[in-house]
Design a protein around this ligand. Structure first.
Ligand code: SF4
Length: 466
């Protein structure tokens, strides 16, 4: 008899993935890599991703396989060899834990700025689960939304998923958020992020969203939810037991007069080919909510401009809005995933040239760096000097936004702090200005260090809110 009941969410982890029917499609080398590397980096996938998004005849090169399955090249060769020996042969848990800790510490797990910047304070005490980086936007991290339907191997929130964050951005309720917002009339946007807030059931999600509809928060115009569920578990919006309740919640927000923006994280066109994924988009927009599409550019996964063009074009046809192509952040196995900024620009430009004006709402490639969100506009030559043309799309100091600036062209640079100012200058214009948020007094340089890069929400994924 055919089972017509809707599919139930079923995750696979390191402990259970060998039970999946696809496990036998993997060579012993690939199985071993999962067993070894998942000791260091978090691993979680689910039945939908395994059954519908991965083409098992094309592993390990299949983009979604690369996106969720650990690969041996994510560790340095000597690290992999030592860990493999311990995991497979010596089976010494103490030695394994020590080595795993050493490798994780090499991967820049605790960006210092994350602990000290952007966290609002009341009576000198930090507000748990909140970040306030840009004047108009507050990020909120509900405690129950700090995991995901599957984990992306590149994700900069990986320390949180392996239990390394000693100060997780998680709030158990909204009282502090509401009080903070009530006294900050400049804030117009709240981004609810994680992890992935859509991992919560509708009742829990409503407990975080409904207080934002209170009359004293009339200045909050936009409620955003950062989520990868549109790609990893679209059933959340279609067939889950409380999917209809979720649609009613979305309608309630829209009926309150606020804009509800679902910030959907998409990594590849295949994520929007499935009828379930397409239906999810249709249902979301039918509530009056908007769905914006964003995701980082990742080596091995989405280097093909045609994939981006297909993703944006399909999204627009279904009613979504292309929003950002991000540059991969420098944390975790970033050597494996990062692309030179020059190449990132080429891919973006090429994809942009393939789509109609309706898809050209997309911006990128954009770096969510410490001073703000910097987009690479192009490569130009001025007075014989080859340069990157850049600008802020969002900034700690609103005066910096849309001010063009230039950096020396560098075909190896993969992030903002690899760039050197053009025209012989010793610093960028924003290096000596007040950031407008009290983080650096006028005249003091704001250093953009590796340790200060990852200051942002989770499934927005290489982004912060802008
Ligand atoms: S990118 Fe998003 S879905 Fe992927 S692991 Fe990170 S927070 Fe989760």
């Amino acid at each position: 008899m055919t089972d017509l009941s809707p599919p139930k969410f079923k995750p696979y982890t390191r402990q259970s993935v060998a039970n999946a029917r696809q496990w036998k499609f993997m060579s012993p080398e690939l199985q071993e890599a999962v067993e070894v590397v998942s000791r260091v980096l978090p691993f979680r996938t689910n039945e939908y991703v395994m059954d519908h998004l991965i083409d098992w005849s094309n592993i390990p090169d299949d983009p979604i396989y690369r996106l969720v399955f650990p690969h041996r090249d994510m560790l340095q060769p000597q690290e992999y060899a030592r860990l493999r020996e311990l995991v497979l042969y010596k089976k010494d848990e103490t030695a394994i834990n020590q080595l795993v800790h050493t490798i994780r510490m090499r991967m820049n797990p605790h960006p210092a700025g994350q602990m000290t910047h952007n966290v609002p304070r009341v009576n000198d005490a930090p507000l748990r689960g909140l970040q306030h980086k840009y004047k108009e936007t507050v990020l909120f991290f509900p405690s129950a939304g700090q995991t995901c339907h599957a984990y992306c191997t590149f994700c900069f929130r990986w320390p949180q998923f392996v239990g390394m964050d000693d100060m997780k951005f998680d709030a158990r309720e909204t009282t502090e958020l509401v009080s903070y917002l009530a006294t900050h009339p400049d804030v117009t946007d709240v981004l609810i992020t994680g992890g992935d807030p859509m991992i919560m059931n509708t009742r829990s999600l409503a407990e975080f969203i409904e207080p934002l509809l209170a009359p004293e928060l009339a200045h909050i115009q936009n409620i955003r939810i950062g989520t990868k569920s549109v790609a990893y578990w679209p059933q959340r919006f279609v067939t889950d037991r409380d999917a209809d309740d979720l649609m009613r919640l979305f309608e309630k927000v829209v009926a309150s007069g606020k804009n509800l923006a679902i910030m959907g994280h998409y990594s590849h066109a295949v994520e929007l080919r499935n009828p379930m994924a397409q239906k999810a988009v249709k249902r979301i927009v039918s509530t009056g909510a908007t769905l914006r599409m964003q995701g980082p550019l990742i080596r091995h996964i989405n280097e093909d401009p045609a994939s981006w063009a297909e993703l944006w074009t399909t999204g627009v046809r279904l009613g979504a809005i292309p929003y950002y192509m991000f540059v991969e952040r420098d944390t975790g196995p970033s050597e494996y995933f990062s692309l030179p900024l020059a190449r990132a620009h080429e891919i973006f430009q090429s994809a942009y040239q393939m789509v109609s004006g309706l898809s050209r709402t997309v911006r990128g490639p954009s770096m969510s760096a410490f001073p703000g969100k910097v987009v690479i506009d192009g490569v130009v030559t001025i007075n014989g000097e080859k340069l990157f043309a850049l600008q802020f799309l969002q900034a700690r100091n609103p005066d910096w936004v849309r001010k063009p600036f230039f950096a020396k062209f560098d075909d190896k640079a993969t992030w903002m702090d690899h760039l050197v100012p053009a025209f012989g200058k010793s610093k960028f214009f924003f290096d000596s200005e007040d950031d407008g948020a009290g983080h650096a007094p006028a005249g003091k340089v704001i250093p953009i260090t590796t340790a200060q890069r990852a200051v942002a929400g989770g499934c927005g994924k290489q982004s912060d809110a802008a």
